[in-house]
Write a protein that binds this ligand. Structure first.
Ligand code: FES
Length: 286
């Protein structure tokens, strides 16, 4: 993103440079004066007097002067050079700001303002603002409240904002868990909660809970996972993926939904939880 911002600023500066060069050229011409196109044409054209005699054109006269300076012969009679007029610098206050200068500067100012506004809008659009929802860190609330909500939801609390399931992790299994899970996972498990990604690691279906078995059971191809997302059956290549967790000083669970951790390998069963009732789907061998 930094590169994009630098690019926008560079573009704005590059666009201003030619404009300023043109405007400066016009200001200079206005200050020192230029020969109009008609005058330049008259200088080079053939001019005749009333009797049809060709008069000396400005260009011819200039050539004769150059030749005289080089001490070459010329058939023209040249007038005595007038002494150069003493230079009197123009009074800037008297010169003031011409209408042309005013409009030129106005155009530059408007152009600059427009570009600045466009650049600011681009930067504002790309600037990371307070991101919330999936992909960000979500404060799920007090652990004690969460446990109560999980209990009230038959053991499975779904949070749509994080596309996650929150379930309780039994304190008695934490020793086994330490041998399998990483610190970002254990942060929440030590406090008794696990945050599981809703997506099935097989082919990506959303895995629903099965209240009767107290497992997760995927309707797509029949993968089954215990309540903490460890694989118990079906074609899935591992347990359910989960999120990094942390617990604040106030006892709130923060789930980093931007940090997905791969589920535990097949065979992991730290809680030893068996199906607590009839399964919702029968295991498939897809
Ligand atoms: S997507 Fe879940 S088992 Fe295939």
């Amino acid at each position: 993103m930094t590169l994009l911002i630098i690019g926008i600023i560079a573009l704005a500066v590059l666009a201003l440079v030619p404009l300023i060069v043109v405007m400066r050229g016009r200001d200079r011409d206005a200050a020192i004066g230029t020969i109009s196109r008609e005058t330049a044409k008259r200088d080079t054209a053939k001019v005749f007097d009333d009797d049809g005699e060709e008069l000396v054109s400005g260009k011819k006269y200039e050539k004769a002067i150059v030749a005289a300076r080089k001490q070459e012969s010329t058939d023209l009679v040249l007038a005595e050079a007038a002494p150069p007029a003493p230079y009197i610098p123009p009074d800037p206050e008297q010169l003031g700001v011409t209408r042309r200068m005013f409009f030129n500067r106005g155009i530059i100012a408007m152009f600059g303002l427009g570009l600045s506004g466009f650049g600011a809008a681009c930067i504002g659009m790309l600037w990371p603002s307070g991101v919330s929802g999936f992909g960000s860190k979500i404060n799920a609330g007090l652990i004690s409240d969460l446990k109560a909500e999980i209990g009230a939801s038959n053991g499975f609390l779904y949070r749509a904002d994080g596309r996650m399931w929150l379930t309780e992790y039994p304190a008695g299994a934490i020793e086994k868990a330490r041998a399998v899970y990483t610190t970002p996972e254990l942060n929440g498990m030590n406090a008794g909660v696990v945050a599981l990604f809703q997506k099935c690691p097989h082919l990506g279906c959303r895995v629903p809970e099965c209240v009767t078995s107290q497992w997760f059971e995927c309707p797509c191809h029949g993968s089954q996972y215990n309540r903490v997302g460890e694989k118990r059956g079906g074609p899935a290549p591992r347990g359910m993926d989960r999120f990094a967790m942390s617990v604040t000083d106030k006892g709130e669970l923060v789930v980093d939904t931007g940090s997905i951790i791969q589920g535990p390998p097949i065979g992991t069963n730290t809680t030893g939880q068996e199906a607590e009732g009839p399964n919702c789907i029968s295991e498939s061998s897809h």
